[in-house]
Design a binder for this molecule. Structure first.
Ligand SMILES: C[S@@+](CC[C@H](N)C(=O)[O-])C[C@H]1O[C@@H](n2cnc3c(N)ncnc32)[C@H](O)[C@@H]1O
Length: 157
């Protein structure tokens, strides 16, 4: 199984880029993992919130491949403890043949079409994070999960 993370808009803040790339590289020691960035829309000032979500949604849908299992990161999704998230990933490894694809929405979240295309929703907290900040939180949790599954020293409880 390969894991992909689809996000909308480049990260510009250097401190986020360094930390996100660090966790991506560490995770790659355990599993094939890539972050795919959908370029941000231009002239968003002339768009309503709904129009922006729709257009971003079309680009997200185009990034999916046949056979993808799509999981949205969403405040209203299922919550896990880190060890349980690791167990969930382990079960996916035995059921997903191609890609397990996580998606982070744009500033206004997902269009209805993207919700309809997804199999599951996962929440990383009941609180709302920026679409930039949640990338770092997710890649850290994915690394933690892979470390737990491989009996590494990163996670303590
Ligand atoms: C600023 S939030 C969008 C909030 C928007 N109100 C919504 O209804 O989705 C941008 C993206 O970050 C991700 N996100 C933010 N907080 C999250 C959380 N607690 N758990 C999982 N994903 C989150 C989601 O993918 C969301 O689409």
């Amino acid at each position: 199984m390969k894991i992909a993370l689809i996000v909308v808009g480049r990260t510009v803040e250097k401190h986020y880029i360094t930390a996100i790339n660090d966790y991506i590289e560490r995770t790659k020691h355990y599993i094939s993992f890539d972050m795919e960035v959908i370029p941000e829309l231009k002239n968003t000032k002339s768009l309503t919130m709904e129009q922006q979500k729709e257009r971003e949604g079309e680009l997200i849908l185009k990034a999916f491949q046949p056979g993808d299992v799509v999981v949205l990161l969403d405040e209203f999704g299922k919550e896990f403890r880190s060890v349980d998230f690791a167990g969930w990933i382990e079960r996916k490894m035995s059921t997903v043949n191609k890609r397990l694809v996580f998606v982070i929405g744009g500033p206004y979240g997902f269009s209805q079409k993207v919700y309809s295309a997804a199999q599951e929703k996962i929440s990383l907290s009941k609180m709302t994070f920026s679409h930039q900040m949640i990338r770092l939180i997710f890649v850290e949790q994915l690394y933690r999960a892979m470390n737990i599954l491989n009996n590494g020293p990163y996670h303590h409880e």
